[in-house]
Design a protein around this ligand. Structure first.
Ligand code: ADP
Length: 194
């Protein structure tokens, strides 16, 4: 980010547990910032709906709540970030979810000679996450699957918070408030940091 008034062109990550509102916020923020929102979960669900090779490979994994392997995800993300619309910034939602994925992302960005500008962490209490996910009724939103996704989040994804904190990129935002308030809080935290 060049200065405090200009968030356009930023390369940002939306980070948070399943049900934290990442997808909702990513869509709103992307349009406010004029950058594409890239959701790996959405890309995979589209692949499943289309019955592509990728979709067939990931369908069972996704409905069980497990993570798709890092190598497959690396291919998906590398390919997506090579597209022209990301040249002026992006908002990545759902990636990285493991340390290996964080290393891949770093490499992909380094190859393009660019770097991340910020990582937004949406902080929401666990019981609220289960309530929200049950209200959503997606194929992978049965209670035991939700609990499994939360377990995987805590063991594999949450450790990345420390990694991004150490890099000085982490912006923690209270995600347990109305959608509009969360959006404003995210924008304020990014402007403050810019
Ligand atoms: P949520 O926003 O509720 O966390 P997503 O829509 O991001 O869920 O992802 C749904 C599912 O897609 C995940 O549970 C996982 O199976 C798969 N998935 C999405 N992104 C990744 C990723 N980066 N690595 C591995 N699996 C992923």
């Amino acid at each position: 980010m060049d200065d405090g008034r200009n968030l356009a062109g930023a390369r940002l990550l939306m980070f948070g547990p399943p049900g934290s509102g990442k997808g909702t916020q990513a869509a709103v923020l992307a349009s406010r910032l004029g950058v594409p929102a890239i959701s790996t979960g959405e890309m995979l669900r589209q692949a499943v709906a289309q019955g592509s090779d990728l979709g067939n490979k990931v369908e069972t994994i996704m409905t069980s709540g497990a993570l798709v392997d890092d190598e497959t995800m690396a291919e998906v993300v590398r390919h997506r970030l090579a597209q022209k619309d990301t040249g002026n910034g992006f908002l990545l939602d759902g990636y990285p979810r493991t340390k290996g994925q964080a290393r891949t992302l770093e490499q992909v960005l380094q190859d393009q000679d660019v770097h991340l500008d910020g990582v937004v962490f949406l902080d929401v209490p666990t019981e609220e996450l289960v309530t929200r996910a049950l209200a959503r009724k997606r194929a992978d939103d049965r209670e035991e699957v939700i609990r499994e996704r939360l377990r995987i989040y805590h063991s594999q994804t949450a450790p990345l918070l420390g990694y991004y904190r150490d890099l000085g990129l982490l912006r923690t935002v209270d995600g347990h408030q109305s959608i509009d308030k969360v959006t404003e809080a995210v924008l304020a935290s990014l402007a403050e940091a810019a």
